[in-house]
Design a protein. Structure first.
Ligand code: SF4
Length: 347
């Protein structure tokens, strides 16, 4: 049994239930919040929460943000333990950038359909078909895929990363087809091959839905994540003059928060995972933020429940480890991205 348990912790842990959606059974009430804070202090742990997390997880965290921004906080913190409330590849990135620290994820089953859409084996085979190509991978990839990558990118710097590579070298871009299409369009390169991967949540935010919402809210700005299925539609709507071009903003989640804080618009339609609305509404309470698709919820992100977080802090589980060789090759691909310029935040 953990040395960190108090007389309050055990009765709470006795309520834990494991099910298909993750750990449940514990309410996010004042007792829970006090135990989370006490356990985090005793472990000298910092709690990081991604912008797509449940509101109660975002509110108890020491920091909220996007995947890469949180990994950088993890690398700079004095804490001994990093509790990464997000999906598994994000916790891996924190471990890659902070190999000496203990990194825990409240539920290691929290995966990502986009990261799962390309395996290291598939990337190896693709590279064999294009032996001279450079590999550019979005940060939503496993450590093994990053280790086979020349340069990583985020949604905010993907265009700059690809534009910085020699014009005569073929590029293999993975895994997101919508971000890849955005990069191809913006750079005008025709020697870029795009993996047909997608995030099931973002792909579900469709062009017709965006068009309908834009017509119903003619005064609203549009914040679009480039991973969205609707990203091409937004550019089309602007190009056709159906939506004023200055209303359409292609933004990473971190850039959305910056834009919200400076917004002069009364209402904004948001095309990304709906957890983002919690941070946007906190950042700019006077602006009416509405989702383009209110069902765009990532079930993996929502596996980080209040119950899972308490279990994590109390039991020291689930631990995230990346083999040393894989971590150092993956770190090199992240560092090459950082050397190219402003990495932004990605998802
Ligand atoms: S929203 Fe999509 S890309 Fe993001 S963690 Fe969930 S499945 Fe992965």
């Amino acid at each position: 049994m953990s040395q960190f348990l108090s007389p309050l912790t055990s009765p709470l842990l006795n309520k834990l239930v494991d099910g298909p959606g993750g750990w449940s059974g514990i309410e996010a009430d004042a007792t829970w919040a006090a135990e989370i804070k006490r356990l985090a202090a005793e472990r000298n742990a910092v709690i990081l929460a991604h912008n797509y997390q449940l509101p109660e997880i975002q509110d108890i965290a020491d920091y909220t943000g996007d995947s890469l921004g949180l990994s950088r906080i993890a690398a700079e913190t004095d804490a001994d333990v990093i509790i990464f409330c997000g999906v598994h590849f994000m916790a891996e990135s924190a471990k890659i950038l902070s190999p000496e620290k203990t990194v825990l994820i409240p539920d290691e089953r929290a995966g990502c359909s986009l990261a799962d859409s390309i395996t290291a084996e598939q990337l190896k085979e693709w590279k064999l078909e294009h032996p001279d190509a450079l590999v550019v991978s979005y940060v939503n990839t496993t450590a093994e895929v990053k280790a086979l990558t020349d340069v990583c990118c985020t949604s905010s710097n993907a265009v700059d990363v690809v534009a910085s590579l020699p014009a005569d070298r073929e590029i293999l871009f993975c895994p997101d087809q919508f971000l890849g299409a955005h990069v191809k369009r913006e750079t005008g390169r025709d020697n870029i091959y795009i993996w047909a991967g997608e995030c099931h949540v973002h792909a579900g935010i469709s062009g017709p839905e965006l068009t309908r919402q834009a017509e119903q809210h003619p005064e609203a700005d549009l914040y679009i994540h480039p991973e969205c299925g609707c990203a091409n539609s937004a550019i089309y709507l602007a190009g056709e003059g159906l939506v004023a071009a200055d209303r359409v903003h292609m933004l990473s989640t971190g850039q959305m928060l910056d834009a919200a804080e400076k917004s002069t618009s009364g209402s904004v339609l948001v095309a990304t995972e709906i957890g983002m609305l919690h941070q946007l509404r906190k950042a700019a309470p006077a602006v009416d933020f509405q989702p383009v698709n209110s069902r765009a919820s990532c079930s993996y992100m929502k596996m980080i429940t209040p119950s899972a977080l308490l279990r994590c802090l109390a039991m020291g589980a689930d631990q995230v480890d990346v083999p040393t060789d894989t971590a150092s090759a993956a770190r090199a691909s992240l560092e090459r991205m950082i050397a190219i310029g402003q990495p932004g935040g990605g998802e």
